[in-house]
Design a protein around this ligand. Structure first.
Ligand SMILES: [Zn+2]
Length: 449
C-alpha cells in the first residue's frame, strides 16, 4: 500500500510539473503565431452552445489559446507532427463554465461565527493566500470565468488575484471583480459590538449622492470591473412575500448607477426582498443578485430592460440547513418563496445567469450544486447549462470571447463522463479543464482529490 501511494504521489508530481510548464507557456503566449503549439481534442460528444443538438465525435483544433477549427473526428485521423492530441472519446465536452456570483475572499462565512472570525481575526495576507486556493478550486470545478462580487473587508485583494491569474503567476479562472461593494451607514456587518470600538466593515460605507459617486470613481480607479451595491437589509417574510428595508435613497442609487455607467462600468445589486429589488430595478442596475422575492411588475421591467437575474439558489438551501441544524429557526418559507420567484422570472422571460455565492458556502463544495436546483425550479438541463455558458458570457459582455465552442473563441473547455443533459448532477464531477488552451485537469484517477 505504501509503495502504491508513493508511486501515485510521484505520478502526481510529474503530471503537475508537466502541466505547470505547459500551462505557463500557453498563458504567456495567448496570441496565435506561427510557432504556437497546436493541440487537437477528440470529444466523444460536444455540447458547443452554438447548435441545438450535441455533436458526436467532434475534433477541436486549438492554436494560441483559441479554437481554430471544430470538425468531425474520424478513426483515420492522424495528428500532424509536433501537435498534441487529447483523447476525450469517452467524455462529453462543453464550454468552460461561468459563475457570475462568487466570493474568493470568503471561506464559508454562513456557519455561525465564521464571518466575524474571518473579517476580524484573519490577516489580509492570509485571506489573500486562501483566495488563491479558492480561485484554483473554481477552475478545477470547471469554472474558467468568474465574476467575484466583493471582497468583504479585504479591500482590493480581488484585483491582485485577478491580475496574478492574468499574468500566469497562479492558476485560476479569468476574473471580473467588483472590489469593496457599497452600502450605507448602519446596514452591514461588522455589527453588534461596543459602539466605542472602531471595527472594519465588509463594505465601503457611503452616505449621500456625492460620497456614492466618489466611491464609484475610487473603486474604478483601483481596478473594479463592475460596481456592487446593497439595495436592502433585514428581511422578513409574510404571506409568500419577502420584505426588506431599503438602504440607498433613490437619489443615492441614481448617483451610483449614473457614475458607473458614465465610466462604462456595470452595476450589480444585492436585493433580497420586494422593496430592495424594486429600488434596484428603478435605479437601472445591470444585474440583480439573489432576488428571493421580486414583484411581477419588476420582473416585467427586468425582462423589458434586459436586467439580469442571478438567483444564487443553493446558498439559501445551504444556509437554511445549517441554521436549522444549529437549532435556529431557519428562514421560514424563504426557500420556497425564492423557488417561486425563479419560476415567475423564467415565465416572464427575464434573462437568468448562473451564480452561486460560493465562499458563502465552503469552496470544498462544488458550485455546480446550483444546477439541479435550477432544473428542479423549472429550467431544462439545457437552459441551466446555457445560464452558465452563453448567458454568463453575455452578462459579462464577453460573448465574443467565451461561452461557446467555435472558431475564434478562447479555448475554454471542460468535460464530464456521461450526458449532463440527461443527468445535470454530472456537472458536479468535471474531469477535464482547459482554459485558453492550457490543460489544468485531465480525466483519470490522478485527478482525484
Ligand atoms: Zn454574494
Amino acid at each position: 500500500m505504501k509503495c502504491q501511494r508513493s508511486l501515485k504521489a510521484l505520478c502526481l508530481l510529474l503530471v503537475s510539473l508537466f502541466l505547470s510548464v505547459f500551462c505557463r507557456r500557453t498563458i504567456a503566449a495567448p496570441q496565435a503565431g506561427k510557432s504556437d503549439p497546436v493541440t487537437f481534442v477528440h470529444c466523444g460528444t460536444l455540447i458547443d452552445e452554438v447548435t441545438d443538438e450535441p455533436r458526436q465525435n467532434a475534433l477541436l483544433e486549438i492554436v494560441g489559446g483559441q479554437f481554430r477549427a471544430v470538425t468531425h473526428y474520424t478513426p483515420d485521423f492522424a495528428k500532424p507532427a509536433g501537435a498534441a492530441f487529447i483523447d476525450l472519446a469517452a467524455e462529453t465536452c462543453l464550454p468552460g463554465l461561468v459563475d457570475s456570483h462568487t466570493h474568493i475572499l470568503l471561506q464559508g462565512d454562513q456557519k455561525p461565527g465564521q464571518y466575524d472570525e474571518q473579517i476580524l481575526k484573519w490577516s489580509l495576507p492570509y485571506r489573500t493566500i486562501l483566495a488563491t486556493q479558492s480561485a484554483r478550486r473554481a477552475l478545477e470545478y470547471g469554472f474558467t470565468t468568474i465574476r467575484d462580487v466583493e471582497t468583504e473587508g479585504a479591500y482590493y485583494a480581488d484585483v491582485s488575484v485577478r491580475d496574478a491569474i492574468k499574468q500566469g503567476v497562479i492558476p485560476g479562472p479569468r476574473m471580473v471583480v467588483v472590489t469593496r461593494a457599497l452600502n450605507v451607514t448602519g446596514a452591514y456587518a461588522i455589527e453588534g459590538y461596543d459602539p466605542a470600538l472602531t471595527l472594519p466593515h465588509g463594505v465601503q460605507v457611503v452616505d449621500g449622492a456625492d460620497e456614492c459617486r466618489k466611491a464609484v470613481r475610487e473603486q474604478i480607479a483601483n481596478g473594479a470591473d463592475w460596481i456592487k451595491v446593497y439595495a436592502d437589509q433585514r428581511v422578513s417574510t409574510a404571506q409568500g412575500v419577502v420584505h426588506s428595508i431599503p438602504t440607498f435613497t433613490p437619489e443615492e442609487f441614481h448617483a451610483i448607477v449614473d457614475e458607473a455607467h458614465r465610466e462604462h462600468h456595470k452595476v450589480a445589486a444585492h436585493a433580497l426582498g420586494l422593496e430592495g429589488a424594486h429600488n434596484a430595478v428603478q435605479a437601472g442596475v445591470d444585474s440583480l443578485e439573489h432576488g428571493a422575492y421580486i414583484s411581477d411588475d419588476d420582473l416585467r421591467t427586468m425582462a423589458g430592460q434586459g436586467i439580469w437575474y442571478v438567483p444564487t439558489l443553493y446558498i439559501f438551501v445551504y444556509a437554511d440547513e445549517i441554521h436549522q441544524a444549529g437549532g435556529f429557526p431557519g428562514w421560514k418559507g424563504g426557500v420556497e418563496i425564492h423557488a417561486e420567484t425563479f419560476r415567475r422570472a423564467l415565465k416572464a422571460g427575464v434573462r437568468i445567469a448562473f451564480g452561486t455565492d460560493v465562499g458563502g458556502f465552503e469552496w470544498t463544495i462544488s458550485p455546480a450544486k446550483e444546477f439541479p436546483l435550477m432544473v428542479n425550479y423549472g429550467m431544462t438541463p439545457a437552459q441551466a447549462l446555457r445560464a452558465a455558458t452563453a448567458s454568463g458570457a453575455d452578462l459579462l459582455d464577453m460573448k465574443e470571447q467565451i461561452g461557446s465552442v467555435e472558431p475564434g473563441k478562447l479555448a475554454d473547455l471542460v468535460a464530464v463522463s456521461g450526458n449532463p443533459l440527461s443527468d445535470i448532477h454530472l456537472l458536479e464531477n468535471i474531469n477535464f479543464v482547459m482554459k485558453e488552451g492550457a490543460v489544468y485537469k485531465l480525466p483519470g484517477p490522478l485527478n482525484s482529490h
